[in-house]
Write a protein that binds this ligand. Structure first.
Ligand SMILES: [Zn+2]
Length: 139
C-alpha cells in the first residue's frame, strides 16, 4: 500500500500489519476499511482509511488516505482551483525543504486569493490591507 511516510518524507510501499472493516449494517457500500501499516524504511506507524465505492467504473476500495500521523496541513476543499494548485505546490516545497520556493509559492497563493476576492492592488501589502478593510480577512 503506497503511503507517505512523514519521517522519511517520501511515498513508501507501507507494510500492512492488520486491516479492519467498519461495515455499515444498512449499506455495505458505505463501509470504511482501516489499515495499520509500518514504513519499511524507518518502521514508523501509519494508519490509513479507504472508503468502499465506485472507483474507475468498478466497486472497490478507494485509494488509501493517511489518517495517522495526521497531515500537517489541512486544505479546505472549497478553495478555488487556481489557488489550490499554488497552495499544494507551496506545501510540496515546504516538505522538500525548499524554503525560498515555499515563500514564493505562499506569496503566489496570497496574490491569487486577493485576485479571487476582487482586489487588484499590485502591492501585496496594500492588497492585504484592502482585504482587511473590506472584511474579507481578519487579524
Ligand atoms: Zn519512513
Amino acid at each position: 500500500m503506497l503511503l507517505e511516510c512523514d519521517t522519511c518524507s517520501a511515498v513508501v510501499k507501507a507494510e500492512v500489519l492488520i486491516s479492519y472493516v467498519d461495515e455499515n449494517p444498512y449499506d455495505w457500500v458505505d463501509s470504511t476499511q482501516y489499515t495499520f501499516c509500518k514504513c519499511p524504511q524507518c518502521h514508523s506507524p501509519i494508519l490509513a482509511s479507504q472508503e468502499y465505492g465506485m472507483s474507475a467504473g468498478e466497486i472497490d476500495w478507494s485509494s488509501p488516505i493517511k489518517i495517522y500521523p495526521a497531515n500537517l496541513f489541512y486544505i479546505n476543499p472549497v478553495i478555488p482551483f487556481k489557488i489550490l494548485d499554488s497552495l499544494k505546490e507551496c506545501i510540496q516545497c515546504y516538505k522538500s525543504g525548499s524554503f525560498t520556493a515555499t515563500v514564493i509559492m505562499c506569496r503566489r497563493t496570497l496574490e491569487g486569493f486577493c485576485i479571487e476576492k476582487g482586489v487588484k492592488e499590485k502591492n501585496l501589502d496594500r492588497a492585504i490591507k484592502k482585504l482587511k478593510e473590506e472584511g474579507a480577512i481578519n487579524e
